[in-house]
Design a protein around this ligand. Structure first.
Ligand code: NZQ
Ligand code: ZN
Length: 391
């Protein structure tokens, strides 16, 4: 196991009706003048926003609002939020929504305290300071409710980039699984795919002897494989949604990723797709990730065979471990298809003629070094080949 430090200061409040305690927790963490940030309208339709406002009013807090976050959140609204926070002297941001709303909130939180163009924080990948934020999560997917990451898309050039920092970890996150019951099935499944991708990006490691995190990741993946079909069959299954929601947080606050190298090339290759075509991140991952696996499995056949046996229930073929490794990847692909995920460029709305530009931006955009490196090192040509496997 590699040396590591791990800091996960978020206070989690989990369960039914917990959104009504938002005001109490903002006060507990020192907020007095709040920006409530939300998306395209689901929180209004469900009545959640009204309940949250009442909770803040009951706690004697003042607030301003900024809605309109789009999936794959854009820099334009982040600039608007920064201006609003400075003008209104906001001292706490409450994100009510999914990963896009939380990431937009983190961009505003960091940008408000940054003396320059906030986009520089997404070019360097480092956020040095931020206003405190809290979240009320409405979709189990990105894991931003527990992570120190934020992903934002710059409209000019449609560049999707991330910034990182423990200062971005929410002070508190309210997780009520019942709030996810209004999700359409495809959004639920995009979320499941993203959670599984966060686990596989960590499973694909070059660090030896990391049994504790291997086993935690395997357990979370088995949970997803068990619970996803149950929740798709019955969207009101609170217990299945609860397991998925907590797995989504565990998958990405890095408790299962410490002490080991990680991959993340599937995410980098996917981000160019959701930037260019504005597809859902989970949909892009469903197309990309099995193909990244097919392209890279020879780097460590034993690890892929282990995943096949322990996660996908394959029989180990001791005479031909490669066959077992490939069977595991095929079962992952079939699982994604079974929950309704797209499998190729056409189903995603992506175009073959864009492959060269996609690979170029993935490798060289915004000062990248000309390759991607995680589980293996991928050149621009490798990435083009991976996009071709997605056709
Ligand atoms: O905008 P509204 O109207 O709220 O609708 C949203 C949106 O259309 C809808 N939705 C959310 N909760 C709902 C609901 N509809 C009905 N009922 C509910 N309870 O779902 C749609 C998708 O929402 P979004 O926030 O975009 O989803 P998600 O949580 O998957 O976030 C995706 C973003 O997170 C980034 C992705 O790249 C993408 O931009 N990621 C962030 C990470 C991080 N910060 O740590 C890591 C991830 O790997 C990921 O890259
Ligand atoms: Zn993701």
């Amino acid at each position: 196991m590699d040396n590591f430090t791990f800091y996960s200061p978020t206070y989690f409040v989990f369960g039914r009706d917990t959104e009504n305690e938002a005001g109490t927790y903002i006060k507990k963490f020192g907020g007095s003048r709040v920006l409530i940030h939300y998306g395209g309208g689901s929180v209004k339709r469900s009545g959640l926003l009204d309940r949250v406002k009442k909770s803040l009013e009951d706690a004697g807090l003042t607030y301003v609002e900024l809605g309109g976050v789009q999936p794959n959140p854009r820099s334009g609204l982040v600039y608007e939020g920064i201006e609003l926070c400075r003008k209104e002297k906001v001292d706490f941001i409450l994100a009510v929504g999914g990963g896009s709303t939380i990431d937009s909130s983190k961009g505003i939180a960091a940008g408000t305290l940054y003396d320059g163009d906030f986009w520089e924080l997404y070019q360097t990948g480092v956020a040095p300071a931020a206003l405190p934020i809290g979240t009320i999560l409405t979709i189990a997917a990105a894991g931003s409710e527990g992570s120190g990451d934020s992903v934002v898309t710059k409209e000019e050039g449609m560049l999707k980039r991330a910034t990182h920092g423990d200062v971005l970890r929410p002070k508190f996150s309210i997780l009520n699984p019942a709030l996810t019951q209004t999700l359409p099935p495809y959004q639920t499944a995009y979320g499941v795919t993203d959670i599984m991708a966060h686990l596989f990006e960590r499973y694909l490691t070059n660090t030896k002897d990391v049994e504790v995190t291997d086993r935690l990741i395997e357990g979370l993946l088995l949970t997803m494989i068990h619970e996803a079909p149950r929740v798709l069959e019955n969207p009101d299954n609170y217990e299945a949604r609860a397991n998925i929601m907590w797995a989504g947080m565990m998958a990405h606050n890095n408790s299962v990723g410490v002490g080991r190298t990680q991959d993340w090339t599937s995410h980098d290759i996917e981000h160019e797709l959701s930037a260019l075509y504005d597809c859902a991140h989970g949909a892009g991952l469903a197309v990309v990730m099995p193909n990244v696996m097919k392209y890279t499995y020879k780097h460590d056949i034993t690890r892929f065979a282990k995943a096949a046996v322990r996660i996908w229930g394959c029989q180990m073929d001791f005479d031909d471990p490669e066959r077992t490794a490939l069977e595991g990847i095929a079962r992952f692909r079939s699982f994604l298809t079974s929950i309704g995920m797209p499998k190729n460029f056409e189903e995603l709305g992506a175009r073959e003629e864009d492959i060269a530009i996609l690979a170029d931006v993935a490798c060289n955009g915004d000062g990248r070094p000309g390759y991607l490196e995680g589980f293996t090192k991928l050149s621009q040509k490798d990435i083009e080949e991976i996009y071709r496997l997605c056709l």
